[in-house]
Design a protein around this ligand. Sequence first.
Ligand code: GDP
Ligand code: GDP
Length: 474
Amino acid sequence: MTFTVAIVGRPNVGKSTLFNRLIGRKLAIVHDQPGITRDRRDGDASLLGLDFRVVDTAGFEDETDDSIEARMRRQTDRAVADADVALLLIDARAGVTPLDRHFADHLRRQRTPVILVANKCEGKAGAPGLYECYALGLGEPVPVSAEHGEGLLELFEALLPHARKAGVRFADEIEEEERLAAEEAAARGETEAATEGEGDEVIDPAPEPGRPLTMVIVGRPNVGKSTLINQLLGEERMLTGPEAGLTRDAIGVEWTHQGRAMKLVDTAGLRRKAQIHDAVEKLSVGNTLESIRRAEVVVLVMDAAQILDKQDLTILRLIVEEGRAVVIAINKWDTVDQPQQALGRLRDRLETSAPQIKGVRTVTLSALTGRGLDRLMDAVIESWTVWNRRVPTARLNRWLAEMLDRHPPPALPGGRRYKIRYMTQIKGRPPTFALFATRPDELPESYQRYLVNGLRDAFDLQGVPIRLYVRGGR
Ligand code: GDP
Ligand code: GDP
């Protein structure tokens, strides 16, 4: 069964616009509903890797003489009955109208869960309508702009629990689970064998020849991303002769930095940047996420005058969720009066606000003058190395024994001992570990944190997300 989402609402709220946005305007895939009652169209939609079927009810009201309410209700009911979840759109610019209220009342009585979506929220235009729609009794609205493609990450987040309930799994999850299952099978009964013959030193795999390190530069508007990119490429050009070292393709710019093939992933956002410069431009989370997904190392640029605001933390969360290596670039350092003090404050803030990437490489620089660029590139390469790092199983399990010795896991109810058997690194990029234990569900979060922090310190895994899966096994 395909996860199905119906878009409903009164005329002109933007149902078709959202529909087209979700199917990526690939009108070829729009399935015409043959038959007498052409009351909707549906298509294959994709939102940040979540694939689903979307049903649009716009413009297909039947042509009886009933009241508009009655006609729309019929049309809506047909679409909603087949859907896993309904998106009730309202026009946040116009505010909540009696017809919206009528719709909300009607939908609340249906079985299908409803997500309230406040459309036309680009800029601040939607604000008044946003407050009004709480009164519809359908919970918190998701503000979006179908026309400008804003709020899609939030929409994705709202859809996700419903998709999970409908049994949706992502391709990378399936892959991950298969890998884990294989690893689990290998680990079973082969603990000794697996640890023999392997070296004892941490391995930092060399880059594959010709395969560039892909990096991307992200951050809020106006922190200096474009300036940094120009400076970076300008400098490389100077080092390698006019244009000689730089090659462009559809995805980005490539060059060689101290013998290392590098690629700066260029995104739609970056490209547009050169032409438009809007001081009030908002951070586009969708674009940022897309960029993050394309890169191995993400450089998150912040303005020295305003580090780690809410948007910075949002981006950081995305980077960690996507499992990328990260370097924080504190730009406009030339404007800072007391660098030493500022640096101290910065470290404190990072420590408290971003514990998931403890020890993240932080570089202060000035994109304007070019100071600090070499340190930035060093940090990018180091970060990539750590992100790829492999810890041999024997070494890992010796370390684990010490950790368990120092702080045994808390006892289970009834005083029985919690048994941790074995640990292995499943993969790098980011470093991902499987811990085999008797009762995987009962190992407290705090104990897992203890192990993850320990891993980070013992094997110098600073500044990259670490994944730990606790698995069952005999
Ligand atoms: P439907 O009747 O609900 O399918 O609405 P449409 O998709 O046809 O949109 C109605 C009008 O609203 C059109 O003029 C759209 O261009 C406009 N519209 C749709 N989404 C947005 C949006 O996010 N912001 C703004 N400002 N206008 C939008
Ligand atoms: P973007 O929106 O992140 O791409 O930011 P821009 O690169 O367009 O820079 C925004 C503004 O900050 C511009 O006026 C830049 O000249 C200025 N800027 C960028 N980097 C620096 C820097 O290192 N120091 C100073 N003082 N200003 C900078």
